[in-house]
Design a protein around this ligand. Structure first.
Ligand code: GLU
Length: 277
């Protein structure tokens, strides 16, 4: 009995230590866990992660220093819809490989970055409803013997982008080809142009953006996967997610979404810019 009493007494001694630990852990609350809607309403500023090397979706205009593209316009439309026309919208360049850590560390509040909603990613972050339907394809130099993913057999090499699910998909679709991974789309296309591979693979829209810049390359064989894009946000941001989904519905209804689709994809022959239904 005495011993029991003693150990209870010891526990009481631990109480101040316990409360200190709780207080410290509250101080260390990751910025990514703070309520985004509340914070942006206060600061009137929001930061999105977008691609900056991906023509049509997010590409840095070296003359203006601004990033332009479909994803950028979607991010702008949604921000204005949720927070009003006066909200300051910042863009941080991300790659397929850096986007998840940048979001999870709180460097950006959301990702509009050609990102497919996948079950693996859903374990780490949350997604909005689908805002764009892409599909994976390949590009080759015009005149290449490779006409579709089926021709990527033993002895061929395909170039992909680190951190994209395209590299996992291609290993399934063409298990005997060799896959060379580069850190972003620009580097991957440069490698293809310098004959470091027979083909390059990623989503069709991204590939159409690349070939629109260099007509000696072409998209072949159609799409062989389905890549529904979602806006990535941190887990626990329920209010933000609801607001984004509501904003997506509104811009679809009022025609803003279609205007953005037409602006970026209407002039791209062969690519219909398959949109959300
Ligand atoms: N949509 C694919 C993905 O999310 C490929 C494009 C990209 O990496 O951004 O992995």
């Amino acid at each position: 009995m005495r011993n029991k009493q003693k150990s209870w007494a010891k526990l009481w001694l631990l109480l101040p230590l316990l409360s200190l630990l709780i207080a410290l852990s509250a101080c260390g609350k990751n910025i990514a866990q703070e309520d985004v809607v509340q914070r942006v309403k206060k600061t009137n500023e929001i930061t999105w992660g977008v691609k900056s090397d991906t023509r049509l979706f997010g590409l840095m205009n070296i003359k203006t220093g601004k990033i332009q593209g479909f994803d950028v316009d979607i991010a702008k439309a949604i921000s204005k819809e949720i927070f009003g026309d006066q909200v300051k919208i910042n863009f941080v360049p991300v790659t397929s490989n850096t986007r998840l850590p940048l979001l999870k560390n709180g460097n950006v509040e959301g990702l509009v970055s050609t990102m497919t909603i996948t079950p693996e990613r859903k374990k780490e972050i949350d997604f909005s409803d689908v805002y764009f339907n892409a599909g994976q394809a390949i590009i080759v130099k015009k005149g290449s013997k490779i006409k579709s993913v089926k021709d990527l057999t033993k002895g061929t090499k395909v170039i992909g982008i680190q951190g994209s699910n395209s590299v996992d998909n291609i290993k399934k679709a063409a298990p005997n080809t060799q896959v060379l991974q580069l850190s972003d789309a620009a580097q991957a296309f440069t490698a293809l142009k310098s004959d470091q591979g027979d083909a390059m693979t990623t989503d069709n829209g991204i590939l159409y953006g690349l070939v629109s810049d260099d007509p000696s390359y072409q998209v072949v064989g159609g799409t062989f996967t389905s890549e529904p894009y979602g806006i990535g946000i941190n887990k626990g941001q329920k209010k933000f997610r609801t607001a984004i989904n509501q904003a997506l519905k509104t811009i679809e209804k009022d025609g803003t979404y279609q205007k953005i689709v037409d602006k970026w994809f209407k002039k791209i022959s062969g690519f219909d810019g398959s949109v959300v239904k």
